[in-house]
Design a protein around this ligand. Structure first.
Ligand SMILES: [Zn+2]
Length: 290
C-alpha cells in the first residue's frame, strides 16, 4: 500500500503482510454487507411508510363515508317511521285497521323516540339485518298505500253520491218528527225537513245522482226526486220551478229548482226528504255542513 500525501514531502511506503490485507478485505466485505443490509432496510421502511400514509388517508376517507352512510340510513329509518305512522292513521280513518292495531296511533306530533335519535351524535353501526329491515318496512308501507289508494278511490265515488250539504240556505221549521198537520190539525208524522226560504232561492243537489222524477201533484206540488246510489234517494217538494228533467245526471251543488209554495203548502219553503231503501230517514243525518 503506497500513501501519496498532497504535500511536497516524499511518498511513504507502508508494508503490510498478506494476512493483514486479507483480514482488511474480509472486514471491508462484512462492513459492505452490513451497509447494504441497512440501506435495504431503510428503503423498505421508506416504502412501507409511504404505503402506511396512503392507507391512513384512505381509512379516514372510508370512515367518513361510512359515517355519512350510517346517518343517511338513520334518516331513511326516521322517514319510514313517519310514513308508517301516516299510513296507520289513514288505515284507522278508512276503517281498515282498528286503532289498537296501529302502534303509536293518537300520538299527534310524530314518534316519541325522535328526540333520542336526533340527539345522539354518532349513529350506531348499520348491520345488514337492519338494512334488510328498512327494505322490508319500505315494501310493507308501499303495499299498504296501494290498498289505501284503492279504498279511497272507491270511497270517493261513494262519498260524492252521498247527500251531505243543505239543499237550500234558509231556516229549518218542521223537522223529521210528529207534528200537527197545518191543514187538518191532526197529529201526523212529518217524513222530511221543511226549510223556509224566500221564493226563488236556488235548490241544489246535495250529492251526485240521476233525476228519477220531475213532476207535479196535489201534495208535493212541483217536485224532483234524485237517485244517488247505495239505495239513497232524495225528494224536493213545493218548488216554484223545476230546472231538471228525468234521466239527467247531476253533480253536487248543481241547481235543480227554485223554492216555491206549490201543492199543500202554506208559505214558501222546501220540503226535503231523504229515503234509504225507500224508507224515509232523518235528513239531518245527511247534512254535515254548518
Ligand atoms: Zn214538509
Amino acid at each position: 500500500l503506497i500513501v501519496i500525501p498532497h504535500t511536497k514531502t516524499r511518498s511513504r511506503t507502508l508494508a503490510f503482510s498478506k494476512r493483514t490485507i486479507r483480514a482488511a478485505q474480509g472486514t471491508a466485505l462484512v462492513l459492505g454487507l452490513i451497509l447494504l443490509g441497512v440501506t435495504a432496510d431503510y428503503v423498505r421502511l421508506r416504502l412501507f411508510h409511504q404505503d402506511f400514509t396512503a392507507l391512513r388517508a384512505e381509512n379516514a376517507k372510508q370512515r367518513e363515508e361510512i359515517s355519512a352512510y350510517q346517518s343517511s340510513v338513520g334518516d331513511l329509518e326516521r322517514q319510514l317511521k313517519v310514513l308508517a305512522d301516516l299510513a296507520g292513521k289513514l288505515n284507522v280513518m278508512a276503517g281498515i285497521k282498528s286503532p289498537d292495531a296501529v302502534p303509536g296511533f293518537g300520538f299527534i306530533g310524530g314518534p316519541s323516540d325522535d328526540h333520542n335519535q336526533l340527539s345522539s351524535a354518532a349513529p350506531p353501526p348499520i348491520t345488514s339485518g337492519q338494512m334488510q329491515n328498512v327494505q322490508q318496512k319500505a315494501a310493507d308501507i308501499e303495499r299498504n298505500f296501494g290498498t289505501l289508494v284503492n279504498f279511497f278511490e272507491n270511497k270517493t265515488a261513494e262519498l260524492a253520491a252521498t247527500p251531505s250539504i243543505w239543499p237550500v240556505r234558509g231556516w229549518p221549521s218542521s223537522g223529521f218528527q210528529w207534528r200537527n198537520d197545518p191543514f187538518t190539525g191532526n197529529r201526523k208524522f212529518h217524513f222530511g225537513l221543511d226549510i223556509v226560504a224566500s221564493p226563488g232561492s236556488p235548490v241544489v243537489a246535495p250529492a251526485d245522482g240521476t233525476i228519477i222524477a220531475a213532476a207535479s201533484d196535489n201534495s208535493l206540488g212541483n217536485h224532483v226526486r234524485i237517485l244517488h246510489g247505495n239505495g239513497v234517494t232524495t225528494i224536493y217538494g213545493h218548488l216554484r220551478i223545476i230546472l231538471v228533467r228525468v234521466g239527467q245526471r247531476v253533480k253536487r251543488r248543481d241547481p235543480i229548482g227554485e223554492v216555491g209554495s206549490t201543492g199543500m203548502s202554506i208559505g214558501p219553503h222546501l220540503h226535503y226528504e231523504v229515503r234509504k231503501n225507500d224508507r224515509a230517514v232523518n235528513p239531518y243525518g245527511y247534512i254535515i255542513e254548518d
